[in-house]
Design a protein around this ligand. Sequence first.
Ligand code: ATP
Length: 438
Amino acid sequence: MTSLDDMQDLVSLCKRRGFVFPSSEIYGGINACWDYGPLGVQLKRTIKDRWWNAMTSRKDIEGLDAAILMHPRTWEASGHVSGFVDPLVDCKKCHARFRADHLEPAFLAIHQCPTCRGELTDPRQFNLMFKTFMGPLEDSASQIYLRPETAQGIYVNFLNVAQSMRQRIPFGIAQIGKAFRNEITPGNFIFRTREFEQMEMQFFVKPGDDSEWFDRWKESRLQWQLALGIRPERLRVEPHSAAELAHYARAAVDIQYQFPFGWQELEGIHNRGDFDLTRHQTWSGKKMEWVTETERFLPYIIETSAGCDRTLLVVLADAYRMDDERALLALHPDLAPYQVAFFPLMKKPELCEIAEKLCRDTQMRYDYDETGSIGKRYRRQDEIGTPFGVTIDYDTLSTQTATIRHRDTKAQERIPLESIDAYIKDKSASWVPPKADL
Ligand code: ATP
């Protein structure tokens, strides 16, 4: 078995098997926007549910769903209007655009386009926020933004949540939602898009306790990623150097994954100090302090910020294997869009009836397939990551057993019909990613 080495193989599998389609494809597509098909949306939902449950099942974390459109002053306070910019350079000859900080320094130094060798313009600052207008007048007074991150909706609601839910510091607020960035160079499939979803949790702590909470969240988030079944050797935690550190951050690390195109950020964990609450307090004129009988302070914030689409991409990229010239998704059995598939060996009523009853009775996400040869049916399920296939044959009628086939090893064994769910649950709990040669 080998791992994914060309992203294009994953892009084709995703389209062919209903995970991800190019957006508005019949019109030629729209750059860096993608639609999730039936299997993709299921996988994404499972990932989001796991994140949401991991966060909000804790007593010290509350959920939130803030609006995408916010008061424009929010983005002045947050620093996005003045500072959410990337340096943009254009090629005067082929008109390609690049982020200056992503260009090879050698090309930048001599102002040369890496594609056509034409002359590059000087870098100019380009704001990544999408603008639109609120109401019928399209003037500067009605200009608003599509949020470029979900975090600000949490900060401005910090006191609302604390008071309504009677929370005490330390506590956190978790949110999943869309964010929009007019990226200069989107790409690598769903790695960098202009519309994406974030899973963000902001944890409010007493100043002085921030370093300890930062370390705890760093470890906790790494463990969460590993529990998705990602190979540990492909994940790493990288601290930001002093030069990379954002102006608001006291400390920051990235959890990175080794994609075919290199190590890249999957999630950021930041110690933001009191930057955000101080700014919102100043810009809004409203007190954002935490006040008790004995104390009064602006909490520090530890942020965990993961891309939902990017997590899904990591899950798919890490699961992709080539086995005897055939593609296989070795997804964690709990994440697979279908946890089990039921097949009557032949399309005979007595076999279909049993398979249909198994579908009705199972507590798992399942597929049912009665068409084509059994080998073809197994291969289709391998390609969409279904970890177990259960085949009903004529022996089933007399023995009440069926053949269960394992996606990763192709091993088959017979088990009683009544123990299918328990058997799969047991095997899923001890699942490890299959080894790959490359
Ligand atoms: P970069 O420097 O690569 O542009 P960033 O450091 O600005 O990214 P954050 O603002 O920390 O990214 O965003 C948090 C998370 O949101 C990222 O780790 C990533 O998973 C996700 N994310 C950010 N931008 C995009 C995007 N354009 N497309 C998809 N996911 C994104």
